[in-house]
Design a protein around this ligand. Structure first.
Ligand code: MN
Length: 227
């Protein structure tokens, strides 16, 4: 059974449950107990989970007034995890804050506050219930994401998603391609083609483990982690 590391987060239950139902064995890791250097040889796949904002100084910007920092050390830890995982081609599934960490780790930047920076922005920060549908995403035809979601997409390339973020990718990192956008232009998913599995989504697919809307994503990730 593939061993899946889930980067530290405050509410791990739905991530663990999604990984378990997809056939993986989840472990919550943290930078004290699990140095990033050891992780890629101990685990078969890595989930980067939700959380607070990435320090803007890491991508060379001053902090916006709405900035809320992650716990000290978490940004650096997860960025190192991404680099080492990509080096070893260990599958990565990056969720919410995770897609932002992935983009920053590869040299991209973040939009620090969607309501201040996007005219006519859709509601991207709908907190309750956690599986509430906030907006659609348009998937890029032929992308890994679109191929995995094909059976669930009813019309065109749209899928309804939940949304709990006020930041998003601004400048896309080299090597990543956009695999979904919201109708207001906000980047909602990216992937790195040619990898065993490197997918980032800005929504929270783990919150749908009971109803299975996004279980194909977790299943493909765990399958790619099988050695
Ligand atoms: Mn959104």
């Amino acid at each position: 059974m593939p061993r899946i590391a889930i980067a530290p987060c405050s509410k791990p239950h739905d991530y663990e449950e999604s990984v378990r139902r997809a056939g993986g064995e989840p472990t919550i890791v943290d930078y004290k107990a699990h140095p990033a250097a050891d992780l890629v040889s101990t685990f078969d796949g890595i989930v980067l989970a939700g959380g607070a904002d990435v320090l803007p100084s890491i991508y060379g910007e001053a902090a916006h007034s709405t900035f809320g920092a992650a716990e000290a050390g978490r940004d650096e830890y997860e960025i190192e995890l991404v680099r080492r995982a990509l080096e070893a081609d260990v599958p990565i599934f990056a969720i919410c804050r995770g897609i932002q960490v992935l983009n920053v780790a590869l040299g991209g930047t973040l939009m620090q506050d969607i309501p201040s920076e996007v005219a006519n922005a859709l509601p991207h920060d709908v907190r309750e219930p956690r599986f509430a549908i906030a907006h659609d995403v348009w998937m890029t035809s032929g992308s890994l994401l679109e191929r995995l979601m094909r059976e669930r997409i009813e019309e065109g390339d749209d899928a309804p998603v939940n949304s709990r973020h006020h930041q998003a990718i601004k400048q896309l990192a080299k090597g990543l391609v956009v695999s979904a956008t919201a109708p207001d232009g906000v980047i909602e998913a990216v992937e790195e083609p040619g990898r065993r599995f490197c997918l980032g989504v800005q929504w929270h697919p783990e919150n749908f483990y009971r109803t299975g809307e996004f279980s194909a994503l977790f299943e493909a990730f765990v399958k790619a982690a099988q050695r």
